[in-house]
Design a protein around this ligand. Structure first.
Ligand code: FNR
Length: 208
């Protein structure tokens, strides 16, 4: 079965560079994986502990279900005032509950980000990784800062810089690899004993 990656953009706006980045990511996934773009972050109500009793809001229930179905999470976020955009943080706060059995717990997660400034939302990404880790996700300890975002994509949404695309492909490979069940892990571009290059299956102990 394909490794299912749930992609969440931290930006709500229609023409978001971060949502565009997730669409570009969908074209750079390793074989045997697929990406679903979650587009309903705006529907999530403000977190209120008083609303935790009874049935959750339908948008919260759908987000929890989408995360629970996913094998891995990919977030692309802008940086707002040097931190995580409020609505993304709000969604993560809902996802963190109940703490002991929340759907992010133990799930592989990666964070990438784009901003119109030169620093590529590095602080927004770092803060998002910190929050994910606090919630219990298995967060990949790397970032992909894409600065000057309005100059980074062609009219079809493809990343113009081949080096950036290669970094994103590499990060996605690590994310998907971490989500594969033990025994189905694939090391790409590894040299076989016979000298040929190609995917090699390697067995590893279960990681979750
Ligand atoms: C920003 N922006 C921004 N950029 C940055 O590099 N560091 C920052 O701290 C901020 N802060 C910030 C706050 C608010 C409220 C807004 C609206 C914007 C600029 C931001 O990077 C730019 O608007 C991106 O284009 C937002 O991402 P999307 O919507 O294109 O995905």
């Amino acid at each position: 079965m394909a490794v299912h990656v749930l992609a969440i953009s931290g930006s709500l706006r229609q023409d978001s560079h971060n949502t565009r980045l997730l669409r570009a990511a969908a074209t750079l996934l390793p074989p045997g994986s697929e990406l679903e773009l979650w587009g309903a972050l705006k529907d999530i109500p403000p977190f209120d502990e008083d609303d935790e009793t009874g049935r959750p809001h339908i948008a919260v229930a759908r987000l929890r279900a989408a995360v629970a179905r996913a094998d891995a999470i990919l977030i692309a976020t802008p940086e707002y005032n040097s931190s995580v955009p409020g609505q993304l943080k709000n969604g993560l706060d809902w996802l963190s509950r109940p703490y002991a059995s929340n759907p992010l717990r133990g799930r592989p997660a990666a964070v990438i980000g784009a901003s119109t400034g030169v620093f590529g939302a590095v602080w927004g990404q770092a803060e998002t990784r910190k929050v994910l880790t606090a919630i219990g996700a298995r967060t990949i300890d790397r970032e992909l800062p894409i600065g000057s975002a309005s100059e980074q994509f062609d009219e079809t949404g493809r990343l113009l810089d081949g080096g950036v695309a290669a970094q994103l492909r590499d990060l996605l490979g690590e994310l998907v690899q971490g989500a594969r069940p033990a025994g189905r892990q694939v090391r790409l571009s590894t040299r076989h004993d016979n000298g040929q290059r190609g995917p090699v299956r390697v067995r590893r102990p279960a990681v979750r």
